[in-house]
Design a protein around this ligand. Structure first.
Ligand SMILES: *[C@@H]1O[C@H](CO)[C@@H](O)[C@H](O)[C@H]1NC(C)=O
Ligand SMILES: *[C@@H]1O[C@H](CO)[C@@H](O)[C@H](O)[C@H]1NC(C)=O
Ligand SMILES: *[C@@H]1O[C@H](CO)[C@@H](O)[C@H](O)[C@H]1NC(C)=O
Ligand SMILES: *[C@@H]1O[C@H](CO)[C@@H](O)[C@H](O)[C@H]1NC(C)=O
Ligand SMILES: *[C@@H]1O[C@H](CO)[C@@H](O)[C@H](O)[C@H]1NC(C)=O
Ligand SMILES: *[C@@H]1O[C@H](CO)[C@@H](O)[C@H](O)[C@H]1NC(C)=O
Ligand SMILES: *[C@@H]1O[C@H](CO)[C@@H](O)[C@H](O)[C@H]1NC(C)=O
Length: 405
């Protein structure tokens, strides 16, 4: 139960440069970005678990599922496990690589961003007033390159089985796969190009020298899990919408409602026809509760969030317990955790006093060069959609810069 609850939390939920002398300031304010759209084939070898959870084929089932996993019985997700479910195959993942128009040491640092439940890659590239809200643009302006992608089951990525396949272990391996491809300069050879690029365009040979991992909510959980297994593949991490709070796990899925995705909107979610186990947040009010805090957001951003919301899988909720809070021994970079002061998912709505804000060390990252939890004032869980988002980006990107990235 505790797993499901924390899950829920996530579900609901869900999320630096060369010191002194270098680039950030040398990047012109007029820096623009060049982006390519890719369909990447990512090989995965993961061990998921099969869980005894009810089927969800309608919105009635979706509500029943909520009750089944929180109220009806005392089975927690580990007690629901009936056996391992090995996954050994490739998935297609829709990704976007953006590089700044001005080449610098910073542009050789690639940020790979993983968003949380309920979103696709637009979470990091909000289309309304992007100068204020787009994290992607903020990072590009500082000179970084950025890889965003639709998590499995969302956006234009593959939508496989929602029970046994779209689970956190699979998603962790996808992040690892993308990281390995990017680091080895093989991203393009593993991809189908979805946008027009001339064959001699330098972006097609882009190969980073360093990789920073950025997450939000479930995406931070996935990144966390990735650092445990593949810490050597990361030079720094920004886990947002994520805080080691004593209240983490206090909010369960019965606090907000989901519909069966296809039934919710058969036009918009046409691809989810007969996709058992794919659910989506029901109303704008559910979204407000989970991601926003009064007086710290513009109405149009809430409306926008409802328009871009993405389906989630019941397997993602069930598998939350498989992550485990194990130390990432091989990770030696700096790691920043950032949550909104009024984060509902991580802190039950109010973060001050629920976490250790004093120590710059944490046993989960024993070899990290630095550990820094930060509360973004007057903000809820949806950091990129809240007022003052850009000031939060300054804190994130400034942290990397201060720590040599
Ligand atoms: C789930 O239940 C099992 C068996 O009762 C117990 O050993 C385990 O600690 C529980 N897990 C959580 C996360 O509560
Ligand atoms: C796949 O994963 C399993 C379990 O994690 C491991 O035993 C096996 O060696 C892996 N296979 C390959 C080809 O990497
Ligand atoms: C919860 O779902 C499981 C799996 O479908 C089912 O076996 C169990 O009977 C359900 N519990 C209740 C109380 O409906
Ligand atoms: C995993 O897939 C690869 C490639 O398809 C295959 O060679 C290998 O035997 C598979 N491993 C298992 C354990 O099924
Ligand atoms: C969806 O399921 C219904 C009922 O089982 C079936 O009649 C229909 O052919 C299925 N449609 C698709 C596209 O699989
Ligand atoms: C990380 O720290 C542990 C002890 O906390 C140590 O045993 C291990 O060798 C370290 N690993 C690296 C890569 O420095
Ligand atoms: C905006 O965010 C910055 C960076 O976290 C913070 O210093 C500032 O106080 C915030 N402003 C408001 C009005 O909350």
């Amino acid at each position: 139960m505790a797993n499901i609850i924390r899950l829920a939390a996530l579900g609901a939920l869900a999320l630096a440069q060369f010191a002194a002398a270098t680039p950030v300031d040398s990047v012109a304010p007029t820096v623009t970005k060049q982006c390519v759209q890719l369909q990447v084939t990512v090989p995965v070898n993961a061990t998921n678990l099969h869980y005894e959870i009810p089927r969800v084929d309608s919105s009635i089932d979706a509500i029943d599922w909520t009750l089944n996993v929180t109220v009806y019985n005392t089975k927690n997700s580990s007690e629901r496990v009936t056996g391992p479910y090995p996954v050994n195959r490739s998935f297609y993942v829709n990704a976007q690589l953006c590089v700044p128009s001005v080449k610098s040491p910073k542009s050789q640092i690639l940020q790979i961003a993983t968003q949380g439940l309920g979103y696709d890659k637009r979470y990091f590239d909000v289309e309304i007033n992007p100068g204020e809200y787009s994290y992607l643009n903020a990072a590009i302006k500082k000179g970084y390159s950025v890889l965003t992608y639709d998590r499995l089951g969302t956006g234009k990525s593959e939508k496989p089985d929602a029970y046994d396949v779209v689970q956190i272990p699979t998603e962790t391996e996808i992040l690892a796969g993308l990281t390995k491809l990017a680091r080895s300069g093989k991203l393009f050879s593993a991809s189908k190009l979805l946008s027009a690029v001339t064959s001699n365009d330098p972006i097609l040979t882009y190969k980073p020298t360093k990789v920073v991992h950025v997450g939000h909510s479930l995406g931070s959980f996935i990144t966390f899990s990735f650092l445990v297994s593949y810490g050597k593949l990361s030079d720094g991490a920004l886990l947002t919408g994520f805080l080691l709070s004593s209240k983490l796990g206090s909010i369960d899925v019965s606090r907000f409602n989901h519909d069966f995705a296809y039934q919710h909107d058969p036009v918009r979610f046409a691809e989810y026809k007969n996709k058992s186990g794919y659910i989506v947040l029901k109303t704008e009010s559910d979204i407000q509760k989970l991601f926003f805090h009064k007086d710290s957001f513009e109405q149009q951003l809430l409306t926008y969030n409802n328009q871009i919301k993405q389906p989630e899988t019941v397997g993602e909720y069930a598998s939350e317990g498989t992550v485990g809070f194990l130390p990432a021994y091989d990770f030696t970079g700096p790691i920043q955790l950032m949550a909104g002061e009024y984060d509902y998912i991580n802190c039950g709505g109010y973060c001050p006093g629920t976490y250790d804000s004093v120590n710059r060390r944490n046993p989960l990252w024993p070899n990290a060069s630095d550990y820094f939890p930060y509360l973004q004032p007057n903000t809820g869980h949806g950091l990129t959609l809240s007022k003052n988002a850009s000031a939060g980006y300054e804190v994130m990107l400034g942290y990397l810069n201060t720590h040599g990235l």
